[in-house]
Design a protein around this ligand. Structure first.
Ligand code: NDP
Length: 299
């Protein structure tokens, strides 16, 4: 049986439709829509695309959407002043500072300055701590990990008891929070990284295999246990001479076609985890709006 291709675009569209409905209910109850402010410093082309897409989705969800674009020469004090202003703005529920920041700005200091109640990226140590201490229902959880786990739940259901999950990658923005979320759903979790011995053998023990490495197609088909659910977080641009000179294409961290021979279900790249990230940003803004207004957290 060929693996099920998990359609991240379809799942993300369902999440966004639900957010839009709930945002309308919130606005009717509170007399204002949820508000999201996205801050971009500099002119990194990829960041500009991400920020534009986030603004578009926020508007489509019925949010108040603000974009603050600052020149690359902006100093840390100026950026911190903007964050302070957004923290104090009662109509803004979510603040996202697009990373990476230009050299000379201390990223940690900026992320620490964001009010944890408005930290829709989930990178503030308060939110990291709430997630790590098992109080995720009070936390704002990073978007890509939360979206990855929703895709897994769509295949396996909410309880992952008895399953062995292997997460390849231990970054603060993907690997570690994915591992926390899987642990919370009762999976038995192993986190692997660049110093792990015999990674292929470890991956072969995974009922759930999450790849967040940043190395094109590193995880091969014969690393995948028959029947596993494979979530490929990686986004890598590689040369595609077959499409013409200088052309490129996107691939994940998993050799998808090889892995699909063994897996029960697998996320494609593109069209898997990617669309979930932006959908979960909108969901996080809605959650932040509810919690800030003392309303129950939307499910
Ligand atoms: P990082 O570079 O921060 O982390 C990569 C991790 O992979 C590290 O823990 C590293 O180990 C590990 N690693 C690197 N090489 C190997 C190897 N040969 N064997 C085993 N482990 C290895 O990356 P991110 O977590 O930020 O991102 C991972 C991928 O996810 C990237 O492709 C990125 O583009 C993508 N991504 C996708 C998003 C989406 O929206 N879909 C959002 C965010 C990221 P060590 O710690 O030992 O160095």
């Amino acid at each position: 049986m060929p693996a099920l291709r998990i359609d991240g675009r379809a799942v993300a569209a369902r999440v966004l439709a639900d957010v839009k409905n709930r945002a309308a209910t919130f606005a009717a109850a509170k007399g204002r829509p949820p508000g999201l402010a996205v801050v971009l410093v500099g002119e990194d082309p990829a960041s500009q695309v991400y920020v534009r897409n986030k603004g578009r989705e926020a508007e489509a969800a019925g949010f108040r959407s603000e974009q603050h674009t600052l020149p690359v020469t902006t100093g840390e004090a100026e950026l911190l002043a903007l964050v302070g202003k957004l923290n104090a703005d009662p109509g803004i529920d979510g603040i996202l500072v697009q990373l990476p920041l230009p050299k000379g700005i201390d990223t940690d200091r900026v992320l620490l300055a964001i009010d944890p109640a408005k930290d829709v990226d989930g990178f503030h140590p308060i939110n990291v701590g709430l997630l790590g201490s098992g109080a995720a229902e009070k936390a704002l959880v990073p978007c890509t990990p939360a979206g990855s786990v929703i895709l897994i739940e769509n295949v396996l259901g909410p309880s992952l008891a008895g399953k062995h999950a292997v997460v390849v990658g231990r970054s603060n923005i993907v690997g570690k929070p994915v591992a926390q979320l899987l642990l919370q759903r009762d999976a038995t979790v192993t986190i692997a990284h660049s110093r792990t011995a015999d990674l292929p053998a470890l991956c072969r023990t995974a009922d759930i295999l999450v790849a967040a490495v940043g190395r094109p197609e590193m995880i091969r088909g014969d690393w995948v246990k028959p029947g596993a659910v494979v979530v490929d977080v990686g986004i890598n641009r590689i040369p595609a001479p077959e499409k013409g000179e200088g052309k490129t294409r996107l691939v994940g961290d998993v050799a998808t076609e090889e892995a699909a021979v063994h897996a029960a279900a697998i996320t494609p790249v593109p069209g898997g985890v990617g669309p979930m990230t932006i959908a979960l940003l909108m969901a996080n803004t809605l959650v932040a709006a509810h919690l800030r207004e003392g309303l129950p957290r939307p499910a």
